[in-house]
Every structure is written in structure tokens, then in C-alpha cells.
Write a protein of this length. Sequence first.
Length: 292
Amino acid sequence: MALEVKKLGVIGAGQMGLGIALVAAQKAGVPVTLVDNSQTSLDKGMKFADKLLEKDVSKSRITQEMAKETKSRLNPTTKMEDLSDVDFVIEAVPEIPDLKTSIFAQLAQICPPHTILATNTSSISITKLAAATTKDPTDTSVSSRVISTHFMNPVPVQKGVEIISGLQTSQSTVDAALELCKRMGKVPSISADSPGFLANRILMPYINEAIICLETGVGQKEDIDNIMKNGTNVPMGPLQLADFIGLDTCLAIMETLHQGLGDSKYRPAVLLRQMVDAGWLGKKSGKGFYDY
Ligand code: NAD
């Protein structure tokens, strides 16, 4: 039987961490210790949680009482030590390899010996993060409990989540991650620890190819987006989607695929790199393939 998660820890109260904490508190009904090293980020995150819950109440998706209960399950803190009693922790700090490895090394010290240590990384190897939990690679007592639960953005809306094992990850860790994700109302897919995992391995070359079609004049941006939108029944075309994800993020993921897999078919589009150089990063910077 999979480990029952009675208390969850989430590290990072940003875009992803806050979403993960809120969905866990609301759908799975678990108390969540939400850690961020910035009080400002915690305050901002909790305010955003209020806004999302108010919206759910106004649309009659939940009652005022349910919103209050959900909020009471979120326990914000700036202290990593407060994770000493959680059964499962999900790390969602920025995508900086050294930062993540140092957090996993700290978790190995702080958390009890049954706690599952999960990451929400978009591109870093799970095997590498697991290795950071120990000085003796043959001792897998902690590294076997490291896994990735890669949620999709925005977490309250997107049902998909990738479960990624490192070389060291045990089956009981996979089972616990699957169980928690299902309790959160998500539909998990299992992926191997390979660059881009499944979602980005498929999505980013699709976006990159759309950019190559634009740069080589195969089609105008509206035509590229319209044919995919109306031809494959997706809510937005690849160029608009790239603007929403952030062109810097798209470039970073293509570089990970290109370097990690060593195949020229993953070469980032020249235009993608130029747009990032120009500071045209999409929606967040006000200009990308479209103006915002
Ligand atoms: P974000 O920048 O919105 O949030 C990161 C949070 O971590 C911030 O609140 C920051 O204050 C906090 N933080 C920084 N250092 C910390 C530390 N040492 N201890 C505790 N908190 C710390 O980032 P995000 O977009 O939520 O991304 C988080 C992770 O999720 C990244 O690994 C990213 O690759 C991954 N991811 C992002 C998306 C996306 O679309 N944004 C999708 C899937 C996965």
C-alpha cells in the first residue's frame, strides 16, 4: 500500500508552488507547510490563494466554508526546519541547478526517514538531484525517496502531471507520488528521466518547428496558429502558446534537449534566439510573436 500523505510540504510560493499547495489543500484536503525564503513571496502567494478561492466561491464551485477550510490548511513559513514533520515535500524553487541540489541536501537532513522528496523541475535530471542527498552513492536510503512530480501551469487548471523516477527511485516512492497526485485530482503520466521528460520533449520541438516555419517563410504567424488551432482542436496555436510560456523558457528547454540528446533535430530556431536577445519574451515582457 502506498504511503499515506497526512502532511505535505511545498518549497517555493511562486507560480507553481502556490498552485500545488492550493490544490493539495483543496482537493486532497491535506495540511500544507508552504516554505519560501522571501516573506514578500509568501504574502503575495497567500493573497493570490485568497483570490483564486474567492473566484471559486463566486462561481459556486465551492462554498465559503470550504474556502475557509482550504485556507486554514495552508501554513506559510520562511523556515525550512518546519518541514521536519511532513510525509511528502515538493520543491518548486527557481530552475537553478545549484539551488535545487542544495535544497535536496538540506531536506535529507531535515525530513524524517520516510518522507518522499519530490521536485517540480522542468529540466534538471532527477538522478542528479537524488545523488545530491548523499555523500555515499551506494547508500540509497534517501536517494530512493527522490522523485519528480512535474505539474503543469496553471496547476489548478491543468490535470496532467508527469511522474519521473531517477535511477535511484524506489517503486514505493513512485506509488506514493501516484497516489498523492490522484488525490489532488490529477491524471499522472509516467516518464523516464530523460531531457525534457515527455511533455516538453514533444511540445517544444512542435513550438520550435512553428518558429522555423515562420522564419523560413512557410507561413505567416496567424496562418501557423490558425491551422493548428482549428486543425487539431487546441485552445491556442504554437506561437501564441510560446508567448504565454515565455520565449526564454522555450529557448532554455530547446537547449536542454539539444545538449542532452545531442541530435541536430533539436537545434533551437535562429529566430527564437534572436527574439530572446531582443528581450521580446512573450506575454510577460509585453511583446513576443504578438503584442500584449
Ligand atoms: P517562481 O519564480 O514563480 O517561484 C519560485 C519561488 O521560489 C519564489 O517565490 C521564490 O521566492 C522562492 N525561492 C527562491 N529561492 C528559495 C529558497 N532557497 N528557499 C525557498 N524558496 C525559494 O517559479 P515557478 O515558475 O513557480 O517555477 C518553479 C519550478 O517549477 C521551476 O523548477 C520551474 O522550472 C518549474 N516549472 C515551472 C512551470 C511554469 O510554467 N512556470 C511549469 C512547470 C514546471
